[in-house]
Ligand binder design. Structure first.
Ligand SMILES: [Zn+2]
Length: 255
């Protein structure tokens, strides 16, 4: 099953909140097609993976390299084209996790994350007795320490391949060992780093594909569901002239 419908990244958190039956302070509506899909499959755990700089054009341009993503859509997955809400990582991820626009959550830097009084679905779910886990860069995890059940911090580093490998390893580890966890959030960054440094995006896409393949296998073994999305458009030199609407893919699937 596969179809497209234009939505925004803001719709993700309300959809998850509705499924888990938790309150979320946003007027944005859940995505009904996804809710139906979730209720029909009743996943034991939901894993949200944000692939940094995976925009819709990158998704289409690297079909061969990102083969596992396309395969997950083909095998009974859902594909949506979502409008972005920011061209920067931190505000975009804050919007994905809160359902609020950057003007509302006012989270622009990692420091703002620490000061913000707005709870994301990670904290709200955990407070509601549905344990959650976050796997991301050390600065981004600081505000979550003591607020969610499992926090895996990965220090930023020059070797982004090693960085993403650690994100993958922690994500799989929490799926294998913490059976009570209902929601996991992870953030892969290789495509973004390669895009910023004018590296070969095919290489970054292949690395991301291998990590996603391993994570999908672990999610499948837990009868889980994946939400996979980008955060903003890729910052590529050849794209700077374009002024089109920026969109990223959102894939929902049961590997
Ligand atoms: Zn980003």
């Amino acid at each position: 099953m596969s179809f497209m419908q234009s939505l925004s990244l803001l719709n993700i958190a309300p959809t998850l909140a509705e499924f888990f039956g938790i309150p979320l302070n946003t007027r944005v509506r859940p995505i009904e097609r996804i809710l139906k899909f979730m209720y029909a499959r009743n996943p034991q755990v939901v894993v949200l993976i944000v692939i940094d700089s995976l925009d819709f054009q990158v998704y289409l341009d690297f079909t061969d390299e990102l083969e596992v993503l396309h395969e997950l859509v083909k095998q009974d997955g859902l594909l949506f084209e979502c409008e972005t809400v920011s061209s920067h990582t931190t505000p975009a991820i804050a919007s994905i996790l809160t359902g609020l626009r950057p003007e509302s959550h006012k989270i622009r830097t990692s420091e703002d994350v620490g000061k913000s009084k707005i709870n994301s679905i990670l904290e709200i779910l955990d407070d509601a007795g549905k344990p959650t886990a976050a796997v991301l860069e050390t600065d981004g995890t600081k505000p979550l320490l003591g607020r969610v059940s499992y926090v895996f911090s990965v220090d930023d580093r020059e070797d982004i391949v090693e960085y993403d490998a650690l994100i993958k390893t922690h994500t799989i580890s929490v799926l294998n060992h913490q059976r009570e966890v209902r929601f996991v959030f992870s953030h892969l960054r290789a495509i973004d780093r390669f895009a910023h440094r004018n590296g070969d995006l095919r290489v970054a896409a292949k690395i991301t594909n291998e990590n996603m393949k391993a994570i999908a296998k672990a999610v499948g073994e837990r009868n889980g569901m994946m939400f996979i999305c980008g955060d903003h458009e890729a910052h590529l030199k050849e794209r700077e002239a374009s002024h089109g609407k920026m969109t990223v893919p959102l894939i929902v699937c049961c590997p």
